[in-house]
Design a binder for this molecule. Structure first.
Ligand SMILES: Nc1ncnc2c1ncn2[C@@H]1O[C@H](COP(=O)(O)OP(=O)(O)O)[C@@H](O)[C@H]1O
Ligand SMILES: [Mg+2]
Length: 297
């Protein structure tokens, strides 16, 4: 999609060059054994350090795409390269060392009796010694603001805490790339905001490359560098969030709406002919745009 030009194919078959490209997905199609075409002709490029979102209604193919990108489903058509290497040529262990997938439902991911055991499982399995495991676990729990709850049973954590616990489990393994399936689904508005702030911090301060699936239009896109709209297994739009939200009819066609703020400004601009330069996504930006219009009058 963007920056395709950086990823020139090398002479070695199945290899791609281009250091900063983490994922390169080309003409990807996926059909489930029952004949459902879940993905059709997906082109997507994720550069290192990006915070990208896949936005789509239920059934649009978000989970399928993340599972293919995590190497869990290999019977696809087209190509998926992870840091330049054909993902079909990598072993699960090689993928697992780099890429962590956080499931939508934390209860599909958490399994150990206590939070500490759960977060320690990954690094233990990677062969780190006890001291290293402990320090990784404590750091990861601090990152996701769960310090002090180490001994608690995962069943007794709140839903939001369980979602953060899943992320801690992957951070403790040192993942540079996180794929998250609807990390804010099921959280209350404050929980959604805190989750996005946490992911933003991991992205900006720890340099973690993030691709997250979501159907949240109001809050999530504000945090993203790149946003891809998925509809019926196809990417229909991609770009910076404010570019993507510039076409309300498109969004309605694919059963999504514009963020409330964007919709208000869009209507003022197109129906009431108020002269806005751009369609903002946050209250702060909208306020500045409105003040500019007032000043001009
Ligand atoms: N295991 C499966 N077998 C058959 N069809 C599936 C399976 N999982 C998902 N699908 C279908 O694939 C399409 C995409 O699903 P999914 O990737 O789960 O979408 P999303 O995550 O955006 O809700 C849907 O039509 C869904 O019904
Ligand atoms: Mg899904």
């Amino acid at each position: 999609m963007d920056d395709l030009k950086n990823g020139q194919r090398s002479a070695v078959s199945g290899q791609k060059t281009g250091k900063n490209i983490v994922f390169s997905v080309e003409r990807l199609s996926y059909k489930y054994p029952d004949g459902t075409h879940a993905l059709s002709g997906i082109n997507l490029e994720v550069t290192k350090g990006t915070f990208a979102g896949l936005l789509g209604a239920n059934g649009s193919g978000k989970t399928t795409l993340l599972r293919v990108m995590d190497g869990l489903m290999k019977t696809f058509d087209g190509s998926v390269f992870l840091e330049g290497v054909d993902i079909r040529k990598l072993t699960p262990r090689e993928i697992y060392k780099k890429v962590g997938l956080v499931f939508q439902n934390p209860d599909d991911q958490l399994f150990a009796p206590t939070l500490l055991d759960d977060v320690a499982f990954g690094p233990l399995n990677m062969g780190f010694n006890a001291k290293e495991v402990k320090s990784r676990v404590l750091n990861a729990l601090a990152e996701v603001e769960l310090s002090g709850l180490e001994k608690k049973s995962v069943h007794n954590l709140s839903f939001g805490q369980r979602k953060r616990a899943c992320i801690a489990g992957l951070l403790a393994m040192g993942h540079e790339i996180l794929l998250l399936d609807e990390p804010t689904a099921g959280l209350d508005p404050m929980g959604e905001y805190r989750m996005m702030k946490l992911l933003q911090k991991l992205n900006r301060e720890n340099g973690v490359t993030i691709v997250m699936a979501t159907h949240s239009v109001d809050l999530v896109p504000v945090f993203l560098d790149r946003l891809y709209i998925l509809s019926k297994g196809r990417i229909t739009r991609g770009g910076a969030p404010e570019e993507v939200f510039d076409a309300p009819e498109d969004m309605a066609n694919i059963k999504l709406r514009l963020p409330h703020i964007a919709e208000l400004i869009y209507k003022l601009k197109h129906e009431d002919k108020v002269n806005f330069d751009r369609v903002p996504l946050t209250i702060g930006e909208a306020r500045r745009e409105i003040l500019k219009v007032i000043e001009r009058r």
